[in-house]
Design a protein around this ligand. Structure first.
Ligand code: NI
Length: 253
């Protein structure tokens, strides 16, 4: 079930069956000369929608709207990137979460597509849990963060598909996922060097000086829609299983 294509009575009914919702979350940021600016929110959305339609049969898994701008200040040296500062993102995540929790959603699962979001999402969880604690609620809701590349089996598959030049930004695995879902948006370029340099992540001007075309340690030229399909199928299956487990978890009294 996709929240955006549902009505409020349908969501009210759904809450009688399950208290879980999946929120794809990512970033709108440069992904090298060939990667789409939406890569980091497209990947978790593609995987969650595939899990919804192909694995869960469309009914059981509720997928909410995609949180599609994240903490990407280091990419602001490249046109088209958009960033929230950490404090803004924490406030927005709090409002999304409290809105959903107010209807009775008790299991909110964030499927993340951007490593730069992790610290901020975890800080947001601490803020949200703190708020519940100080209000003295006996049993609150449970929040979960999973990076899509850490879903069961996905890391080993990506290592097998791309034994060298995977890197950490504009990776062939994330580019392949978008190529599978949006073959009409595939771009090409001559990468020089073939495998991009690696190093630290600091502020935007430093990032662009270190990584002139935006890639970090990667050779996205290895990506293909076929490889993307393998990743999406495995990730979607792992996601459906993990969300079902999360939904079934009981609170400690
Ligand atoms: Ni990315």
């Amino acid at each position: 079930m996709l929240l955006a294509f549902s009505t409020w009575p349908e969501i009210e009914d759904q809450l009688k069956r399950s208290k879980a919702v999946v929120i794809p979350i990512g970033s709108n940021e440069q992904h090298g000369p060939t990667g789409l600016l939406g890569t980091d929110w497209l990947c978790p959305e593609i995987i969650a929608h595939h899990a919804h339609s192909q694995v869960a049969g469309g009914a059981e898994l509720l997928v909410g709207p995609t949180f599609n701008v994240g903490m990407a200040q280091h990419h602001l040296g490249f046109p088209g990137s958009i960033s929230l500062r950490p404090s803004t993102m924490i406030a927005a995540l709090r409002d999304w979460t409290v809105s959903l929790a107010s209807y009775g959603f008790e299991r909110i699962y964030f499927l993340n597509g951007h490593g730069g979001n992790v610290a901020t999402i975890e800080a947001a969880f601490s803020e949200i849990y703190s708020e519940a604690s100080w209000q003295g609620r006996p049993r609150g809701y449970a929040l979960k963060l999973r990076n899509w590349w850490e879903l069961r089996g996905v890391g080993p598959l990506c290592t097998q598909l791309f034994p060298s030049g995977h890197g950490s930004h504009a990776t062939p695995s994330e580019i392949a996922v978008t190529q599978f879902a949006y073959p009409d948006a595939i771009k090409s370029a001559n990468y020089a060097p073939r495998i991009a340099p690696t190093g630290p992540i600091r502020e935007a001007a430093d990032f662009r000086a270190r990584y002139p075309d935006g890639r970090m340690g990667s050779d996205p030229g290895q990506a293909s829609p076929e490889k993307g399909e393998q990743i999406v199928r495995l990730a979607a299956s792992a996601l459906a299983t993990e969300v079902a487990e999360f939904a079934a978890e009981s609170f400690v009294a």
